[in-house]
Design a protein around this ligand. Structure first.
Ligand SMILES: Cc1ncc(COP(=O)(O)O)c(C=O)c1O
Length: 417
């Protein structure tokens, strides 16, 4: 605990300055926002960059011969390069902008899965996937006849690597897994999963929606084939997401959506398609969202993702230690291995929605429900859970107030433990 408290007292960045960048903290009633896995808050720098774009640079990208069309095209290119550099991609051609991680994962399912899988093939996913990396593969399995299989979890909420080795085979064509569970916080060994998949020539899909905001990623070192994430979970705006794909694989794929600016030539009965990345970006792009995402990346990089990860780990460890002191709390979070700052728990004998409502009365925002992971909850024998998910702008004092509010839940719900 001493090391944790020291880290929290010395985060390695100016926490006070950071908190002054978030307007939600200026409101009269202080909000203790612990729902960052659902969506983060945005710093003023992101909001101001977007406002600047809409005020001074707004045109239709790739379409206008005039200066504002060119400004929008330039803003789009600069944002794409920023994202490519942020995740270590070798070219901005490998960065497809989508609406969110869900759309990115659907794009792979529709444009690769439906065209490359058949009966006898296997799609391997895990029991801790968000519905966005689950229902899309169910759909592909139903349409193609491929078999959908699941890697089991251990008692410590880790991915069971032995079970993975047992299940993967020459039949496995795709391994799709989350790099960080939005419920358990589990961060499986993505590099090992990908290495093993390669032994069988299976493609790998990494759902990094809950990973990218917390830990530095490098897609070239990881050697994944696809990686998906959302802007709004990493300080950026809603409505912008990213699909990274290896250029060679993307080039061989048919488009997902058809229409404006994704074409090369359109004849009456057939068309040819634009080069990467535009082949996958039909219609007018969300340039305001792209510049907001680029500004969010700049903000994270200015602080430093290593510093962010170290501070968030200490804050999550502190929160876990405090939760463990309460005998009426059940925690669903790994004790070993890499973990993100999402902590699922239940208050014994209390419904998660009641807990969240009482906490809201205390100004504490957490999530209650199945968090878009019904199969995981069923697998764990749970109907629903509460989830506190932390970010680097949260503080030890906020965690203390959250714990005090939980004590009130015990009184209000008359829990006799
Ligand atoms: C692990 C994970 N994957 C995918 C998603 C989907 O993200 P979005 O709703 O932005 O598409 C989420 C959202 O909570 C998530 O937590």
């Amino acid at each position: 605990m001493k090391a944790i408290l020291e880290k929290l007292a010395n985060p390695g960045f100016d926490l006070e300055q950071v908190r002054s960048d978030f307007a939600y903290l200026e409101q009269d009633r202080p909000i203790i926002y612990l729902d960052n896995a659902a969506t983060t808050q945005r710093p003023n720098q992101v909001i101001e960059r977007m406002a600047h774009y809409y005020r001074y640079e707004n045109g239709n990208p790739l379409r206008g011969a005039h200066c504002l069309g060119a400004a929008a095209t330039e803003a789009m290119l600069a944002s794409r390069i920023k994202v490519a550099q942020f995740i270590g991609s070798k070219s901005e051609r490998e960065i497809i902008f989508t609406r969110n991680a869900s759309e990115s994962l659907n794009l792979i399912a529709y444009a690769w899965g439906l065209n490359n899988l058949q009966a006898g093939d296997q799609i391997l996913i895990t029991h801790m996937e968000h519905h966005s990396n689950f229902v899309n593969w169910q759909f592909v399995a139903q349409k193609t006849g491929a078999e959908l299989s699941f890697i089991e979890l251990t008692d410590d909420y880790q991915l069971d690597m032995q079970d993975y080795r047992n299940k993967i085979s020459e039949r496995t064509k795709i391994v799709a897994f989350t790099a960080a569970s939005n419920v358990l916080g589990t961060m499986p060994d993505a590099a090992a999963i990908i290495r093993i998949a390669k032994e069988y020539n299976a493609l790998t899909v990494v759902d990094a929606a809950q990973f990218v905001p917390h830990v530095k990623i490098n897609v070239r070192e990881l050697d994944c084939d696809f990686l998906a994430f959302s802007g709004h979970k990493m300080l950026g705006p809603m409505g912008i997401g990213v699909l990274y794909g290896k250029a060679k694989i993307l080039e061989d794929m048919t488009p997902f959506l058809y229409g404006g600016e994704m074409i090369e030539y359109v004849e009456d009965y057939e068309s040819t398609f634009a080069q990467l990345p535009y082949k996958f970006e039909a219609g007018t792009q969300n340039v305001g969202g792209m510049v907001g995402l680029a500004a969010a990346i700049e903000y994270l990089e200015d602080i430093g993702l290593e510093k962010i990860a170290a501070y968030e780990t200490a804050l999550a460890d502190y929160c876990l230690a405090k939760l463990e002191e309460l005998p009426y709390i059940e925690i669903y979070h790994p004790k070993q291995g890499a973990r993100g700052p999402a902590i699922a728990f239940n208050v014994k004998d209390a419904h998660p929605h009641d807990v969240a409502t009482i906490l809201d009365y205390h100004g504490v925002a957490i999530r209650a429900g199945h968090h878009c992971t019904q199969p995981l909850h069923r697998y764990l024998g749970l109907n629903s859970t509460n989830r506190a998910s932390l970010a680097f702008y949260n503080t030890k004092e906020e965690i203390d107030l959250f714990i005090e509010a939980l004590k009130d839940v015990k009184d209000v719900m008359q829990i006799d433990i």
